[in-house]
Each structure stands twice: as structure tokens, then as C-alpha cells.
Design a protein around this ligand. Sequence first.
Ligand SMILES: [Zn+2]
Ligand SMILES: [Zn+2]
Length: 281
Amino acid sequence: MKITFWGTRGSIASPGPETVEYGGNTTCLEVNLDCGRIIVIDAGTGIRRLGDHLLRRNQHLDIYLLLTHVHWDHILGFPFFAPIFHDSSHIMLDGCRQGIEGLKRVFSSNYIDGTWPIRFEDLKARIEPSQEMRKGSIHFDDAVVEPHPIQHPQGGMGFKFIEGKRAFVFLTDNELLDNGWAGTSFKDFVRFCMAADILVHDCQYTSEEIQARRGWGHSDVESVARLAVEAEVKKLVLFHHDPWRTDEEAAALVESCAAMVHEKNPAIIVEGAREGGTMDL
Ligand SMILES: [Zn+2]
Ligand SMILES: [Zn+2]
């Protein structure tokens, strides 16, 4: 399994000289399974460059798009995903329950005349919504992707990819709380992440910042560090960087997280997700 970050930023795209290291594009990951299947997570602004990259490699694209939820920062790149303009592209859409409606809303809205010059119905790609994940895990040859509800306004999904003996967990826009709603308490996430090789988790805030942002559906450095330790993951990657966070501040946040983790377990690797970065599993 190979994982590539095409967008790591939370809430709104934040390009500029202060976000070069960790990146300014919003959520988009490419997961290449060993069986050959390409899975894309979320359609934030990072998906634009991914689209060009995929088309350079293949003329006939067959991809699986998993949406965590349909907040703007996770779907706004979709109209710029070049494969949607090719009739040789096939996109299976799964993940959160509102996925297809969310993607259509980027193109048009009943509220006003329209929000985009092209209609969703006129896209050339075959876009097929699937409900499989609402029923449980989905399988690709020897790999399995398990969904898990996230603690976030309007809800959504996180995912665990298991291929062979390797496990990669992706949880963004998730507020770690001791008493979350059904399935989303801290203990539930410890169980879901247990012994994962890589855990990518939302870490938008410092422990001070989150005090005024409780209920926004994001996590702070202290609770993310605690999750990595209690779930005994091998590597923790901090994700969904706050749009106001400069590279320097992001590096300091990663460092403070690493110190908290290493106090309890020095073997866990702690990193910040960087746009363009890849991880092999
Ligand atoms: Zn987000
Ligand atoms: Zn969100």
C-alpha cells in the first residue's frame, strides 16, 4: 500500500509563503493498494493536481472515491478533477451517506441560479454512487476498508485500510471526546486504531486553542497524542492543519506532540502530514 498526500490543510485552502512546507491545499489522499486498486479519499482542492497526475499515468481511469463528509473543504476541488471530463473515467463513489448530493451541490444549487457554469449531469465520466459502506466494510481482493463514524457536526466517516498484515487508519474532522455519541467515544477510537501501522488524525488545534472551539469537530494535540499512545500505533501523522498555522508553528505543534507521545512511548514515530509526501506500507 502506498499513501500520497495531495492536500493536508483544514477548513480552507491556504496557499502562501508561510504554508509551503506542510501545504495549502485541502484534504485529498491517494491510496494505491498492492492489488492495483486506486482509492482517493476526499475531493478537497488537492484533488486538482491528483487528477492531472492520474491522467498522465492512465487514459482509462477506474477509481474509488471515498468521502469522509461533505463540508466544503472536502469536496470543493471536485469540479477541477480533470478525469470527470473524460468518458473513459469510471468513478465509484462511497463513504459518507450524503456524498453524491454533496458533489452535485458544488455544481448547482436550488438556492440560487447556480454556483458553477457546468452542470453535474453534463460531466462525461461515469460516476456511480455506492451504498456499500453504509452496510459495512468493502473488499478489494485481499484488502479491506472498514468505515467508522467520526465525531463531527453533521457526522461523517473515517476509514481503516487493511492489506495483508498492514493497517492504515485515516480519521480527519474528528473531535476526540471521552463521551462521544454512539461509537465515537475515545475508547471506540482506541479500539478502531489499535496497533495500526499508520494513524493519520485531525490535529487542528493546540490544547489552548481548542478551549474556545469545543463542538467544532476537530482535535487538539493532547488528545491525539493520547490516542496514539493508548492505541499503540506505530506512526502518528498530524493532519488537517489549521489554515492560520504557519510552517514554523506547524513544526512546533508536531514537536510538542512528539514530546507528549515519547514521554509514554518513545517507539512511536510522530510526523506532520506534508503535501506531496508519500508513505509506503
Ligand atoms: Zn475539514
Ligand atoms: Zn468538516
